[in-house]
Design a protein around this ligand. Structure first.
Ligand SMILES: [Zn+2]
Ligand SMILES: [Zn+2]
Length: 294
């Protein structure tokens, strides 16, 4: 009897922008105005999708760009039509990560019982906001590995990280396939706290401890001078320039590091000296639709 064909799990990048996306509401900067004029310059809020080895589809983060992201996901996989998630996972409860959840409900897709994986405090907070209707909420114990569906051929692991946890806590997600593992870390406050929490002295050591081959790291801002007139302490993220200073040049044996969750103001959204510096050091920025075989 022929064996069923086992595919490897594949991770697809579905959005690379910070919660506000590009163009950003209320902004008439040159980048946002170009994105109004040319839709190919638009960037969705951060999200990724993992197709399991059995063809099941698992979405991480539910942004308001869901309709476009589900088409992008299918297109990247060479499929017709649009992707339909079999499960949804959330890192935390800030706007851009959850504002697509309502689209699974009666008003749009009419789903029911889609598993929603998130921490207990995230699910508690969402139930208070009445958006759990279409979902069968499933709590994830931090640090415990699980498969989002039987036969998907990969595991996920929620890793706690500090991040302005006013309403609920925040996690990164490690996606572990048969061959490679990816760290998805869209938001955290600062490296000292994150590394301290995990008993690591450096980013390198933490990535080694996590046993990941690819790290998708919070790249919200290039540096602290980026948002004149806004108090950056209200929106803490480690600037990319600091992450690069900590990492230095990529050396043999290092994980691949790519930055995600870029604010509309981040110069890494286009070509320039910052993008050159990043690639000269051996690191990168992912593009929408980019895939990683797991
Ligand atoms: Zn965010
Ligand atoms: Zn802008």
């Amino acid at each position: 009897m022929a064996q069923p064909r086992i595919m490897e799990a594949t991770l697809t990048i579905l959005g690379i922008a910070q919660d506000g996306g590009v163009p950003h509401a209320g902004c008439s900067c040159a980048r946002c105005m170009s994105a109004h004029a040319d839709p190919s310059l638009r960037r969705h809020p951060v999200a990724c999708g993992v197709r399991g080895g059995d063809g099941s589809m698992h979405l991480i983060e539910a942004s308001r760009s869901l309709p476009d992201q589900m088409r992008l996901w299918a297109e990247a996989l060479g499929a017709e039509g649009v992707a339909r998630p079999d499960s949804v996972s959330l890192t935390h409860i800030h706007l851009g990560h959850i504002d697509g959840l309502g689209q699974f409900g009666k008003e749009v897709m009419g789903c029911s019982e889609v598993p929603l994986f998130a921490s207990e405090s995230v699910l508690d907070e969402l139930s208070g906001r009445s958006v759990l209707g279409p979902f069968s909420a499933a709590t994830v114990q931090p640090m415990e590995r699980f498969s989002p569906s039987e036969g998907c051929g990969f595991e996920m692991e929620f890793v706690p990280v500090p991040h302005r946890d006013e309403h609920a806590d925040t996690h990164a997600v490690v996606i572990r396939g048969g061959n490679r593992s990816v760290l998805f870390l869209p938001d955290h406050d600062d490296w000292n706290q994150t590394l301290h929490r995990h008993g690591a002295v450096s980013i390198r050591q933490w990535l080694t401890d996590l046993e990941v081959d690819i790290a998708l790291l919070d790249g919200s801002f290039w540096d602290a001078s980026e948002l004149p007139g806004r108090d950056m302490s209200e929106i803490p993220h480690p600037p990319v320039s600091e992450t690069l200073a900590r990492l230095g040049e990529r050396v043999e044996g290092d994980a691949e590091v790519h930055f995600i969750h870029l604010n509309h103001s981040n110069p890494l959204l286009g070509p320039g000296p910052q993008a050159d510096e990043l690639s000269d050091l051996g690191w990168g920025v992912v593009v929408q639709g980019q895939q990683f075989a797991l």
